[in-house]
Design a protein around this ligand. Sequence first.
Ligand SMILES: [Zn+2]
Length: 140
Amino acid sequence: MATHAHHGSCHCQAVKYEATFDLSAGTNRCNCSICTKARAWFAFVRGDDFKLLSGEDLLSSYQWVPPGREHSVLTYRFCSKCGVRLFGTGDIPQMGGRFYALHIPTLDDADREALVNAPINYFDNAHDQPDRAPEDVRLL
Ligand SMILES: [Zn+2]
């Protein structure tokens, strides 16, 4: 376990955040429709361990309702100036309440070797099987 405070930002630097988490716990990729479009690569961060440092006024939001669900699960936040998505956030009791799915490419000071060595967890949400990896992960 190596929990560190990481810092990240969007491309234009308007939005900045600090997030404390253990990169060695792994990063995540998913094949659902929105993760595919956005080429999502994310780490889960608990709500208490995430702090927005600047840019709240420039953050836009997007929500969608997955097939077979009644409500949107996550709110995706992205910079309205440069368009870079920084995170998705949700509040799910089974996940310990408020959490952030932090977009890994927005990290500015992650240790490169730690990132390379972090295991990748794959989720087959395209087939409603989040507990297993898709058969083919080559393009995720
Ligand atoms: Zn920006």
